[in-house]
Ligand binder design. Structure first.
Ligand code: UD1
Ligand code: CA
Length: 465
């Protein structure tokens, strides 16, 4: 059976007090909407439709592989779902409807709801959980254990105020039955909105089979309506992720102060020290020692790598490399096996060969560096002339003396030697030495002359006062 999904993301999210739509606010460095859509992808649904409206372009720019439909006026969740009717009406299958503001939902739980829905031959299944009696969620109304409908908090009758079974905003419908029921909703309620929740009562009255799939973990389904809830969700997700890594054999020294994104993979016996933020599609291998205080975004790190106090993005680091403290790598760096990169080294778009070293204070940008190269302290690849970026090539076993400038485009061939303090503007051949600096002159006894000159000037100024 085909499974379709509709994600509601058109609302402004007034309570966020933000210029941006609510669903693009991030939980652990990933926008809420991406959390929801990614779980649907992992589940393997056949087609996902995202309903956008308020600042739609901002949502569209960050979500891939879905179809967007537009709700120009936010008239309620039922009205939002109706915007997907043209795409899905007439299709056979099952339609999941998910709130875009419940990012902690897991694919396993969604799959649980789908299985429950199928196994019980339901036409509608609402996911529910027990909540605190004071919270403002819609409530699932039951009679003799049978679901009769959902009532929004603002529309609850006094006799319904002690119900704690809440509507999570996640549903599974028989596709045709959903569209039939949506034809019948109206906006005669406390908020004058077209509520999606009304379809549950309508379907029950039409004699269709509706039921609730109640889950234990309220934290997974709480909707985020303000920034307080955003922080709480981040905390819950952080704890969940860190616990999974701990159980998978990763040592996290201080889980309270370690922020690991939902899509990050970490191998066994790797140690994560406090203060790390590891996000995006980062993959870390086995036996690595990471931190304290690293920030990684989309980094692939192989095994036995050691990195301290460093900021790295969009790069690959091979086995046995050691980096930091205070290194910065960005934009497609590829650091090969057993490299040593020390304090205050920055690399950008650089391939850095096996066993090569840049131990202190260097900028290596737009460069191809071979193996067993030594980059002396203070070396700079001069890659930018104010208009164009150019490439520096340093071949195997070359030695770059301290405080050298390599003005690109330029090539230093194999085993060449660059004298310290050189500004290299021409290629240096294999086995050659490149030296490019003024010759030193020593003036005998001149230190004394200088001293006398300085004294004279000092006296002159004093007498002037
Ligand atoms: C909704 C449910 C409530 C449930 C709660 C769970 C309804 C009427 N109520 O309430 O029963 O307990 O979620 O968190 O469905 N949206 C649109 N277009 C609109 C209105 C909303 O796309 O016109 C989107 C929002 O962007 C959001 C989602 O729908 O992602 C939920 O809307 P929200 O206003 O937060 O609904 P709640 O009041 O929380
Ligand atoms: Ca909500």
């Amino acid at each position: 059976m085909k499974i379709y999904a509709i994600v509601l993301a058109a609302g402004k999210g007034t309570r966020m007090k933000s210029q941006k739509p609510k669903v693009v606010h991030e939980v652990l460095y990933k926008p809420m909407i991406n959390h929801v859509v990614d779980e649907l992808k992992k589940m393997g649904v056949d087609e996902t439709i995202v309903v956008v409206g308020h600042e739609a372009h901002i949502v569209e720019a960050i979500v891939d592989d879905v179809q967007f439909v537009y709700q120009t006026k936010q008239l309620g969740t039922g009205h939002a779902v109706l915007q997907a009717k043209d795409v899905l009406a007439g299709k056979e299958g099952m339609t999941l409807v998910l709130n875009g503001d419940a990012p902690l939902i897991r694919k396993e739980t969604l799959q649980g709801m789908v299985d429950f829905h199928k196994n019980n031959n339901n036409q509608a299944t609402v996911m529910s959980a027990d909540c605190d009696v004071t919270t403002h969620y819609g409530r699932v109304i039951k009679e003799d254990g049978q679901v009769k409908g959902i009532v929004e908090y603002k529309d609850l009758l006094d006799s319904q105020r002690d119900i704690t079974e809440m509507n999570t905003g996640e549903y599974c419908f028989d596709n045709q039955s959903l569209w039939n029921a949506l034809e019948k909703i109206n906006n005669e309620n406390a908020q004058n909105e077209y509520y999606l929740t009304d379809v549950i009562g309508i379907m029950d009255q039409d004699g269709l089979k509706v039921d609730a799939y109640k889950i234990d973990d309220f934290d997974e389904v709480g909707g985020i309506n303000d920034r307080v809830a955003l922080v709480e969700a981040t905390k819950v997700l952080k704890e969940r992720i860190n616990k999974e890594h701990l159980l998978n054999g990763v040592t996290i020294v201080d889980p309270d102060n370690t922020y690991i994104g939902r899509d990050v993979v970490i191998g066994e016996d790797t140690i994560i020290e406090p203060g790390c933020i590891i996000k995006g599609n980062t993959v870390i291998g086995n036996h690595c020692h990471i931190g304290p205080y690293c920030e990684f975004t989309n980094v692939t790190i192989k095994d036995n790598v050691e990195i301290k106090f460093s900021v790295i993005s969009d790069s690959i680091i091979e086995n046995g490399v050691d980096i930091g403290p205070y290194a910065r790598l960005r934009t497609n760096c590829h650091i090969l096996e057993n490299v040593h990169m020390g304090n205050f080294v920055e690399m950008k778009k650089a391939v850095f060969g096996k066993g090569s070293k840049a131990a202190h204070l260097s900028y290596i940008g737009d460069a191809e560096v071979g193996s067993d190269v030594n980059i002396g302290c203070g070396t700079i690849t001069v890659n930018y002339d104010g208009k164009n970026k150019s490439l520096t090539r340093i071949k195997d076993k070359a030695f770059i003396g301290c405080n050298s400038n390599l003005v690109a485009p330029v090539t230093v061939e194999e085993n060449a030697f660059i004298a310290a303090g050189s500004t290299i503007t021409k290629d240096v051949e294999k086995d050659a030495m490149g030296i490019a600096r003024a010759r030193q002159v020593n003036k005998e006894g001149y230190s004394q002359v200088l001293e006398e000159n300085r004294m004279k000037e000092f006296e002159r100024r004093k007498n002037k006062k």
